[in-house]
Design a protein around this ligand. Structure first.
Ligand code: FES
Length: 112
């Protein structure tokens, strides 16, 4: 079953957005009109990536950056390009856009 998580227009171009549920958290990035969604968990120590709400990108806005040890991740693939989890990847979440809303499978909201 699909669950709407936010309006696609609520994500600013080049911006990132936190989404939290009871037992899970993820984040959405819009880059060049494309949407990327990942579970908010660094593969290094399995902690949230951000230390401020809605701030997941480095200062130049071209990479995802972990706030704990600074690992840098490719926005499009989630692969770590630099840092202690080099070569590991963020966990991507599939989505669909329906009636202007970003929707994901409810089963994807339950992860360990
Ligand atoms: S916890 Fe993310 S780089 Fe160490």
């Amino acid at each position: 079953m699909l669950k709407a998580i936010c309006q696609i227009n609520s994500i600013p171009e080049g911006g990132s957005y936190s989404i939290e549920f009871d037992q899970s958290a993820l984040f959405v990035i819009k880059k060049r009109e494309q949407i990327f969604i990942y579970i908010n968990r660094c593969p290094h120590l399995h902690v949230p990536l951000n230390w401020e709400p809605n701030k997941f990108l480095n200062n130049s806005g071209d990479l995802i950056q972990c706030s704990t040890h600074g690992a840098l991740f490719n926005i499009e693939t989630g692969e770590c390009l630099q840092g202690p989890c080099l070569g590991q990847s963020l966990q991507a979440v599939d989505y669909e856009v329906k009636d202007g809303k970003i929707c994901i499978k409810e089963s994807d909201l339950m992860w360990q």
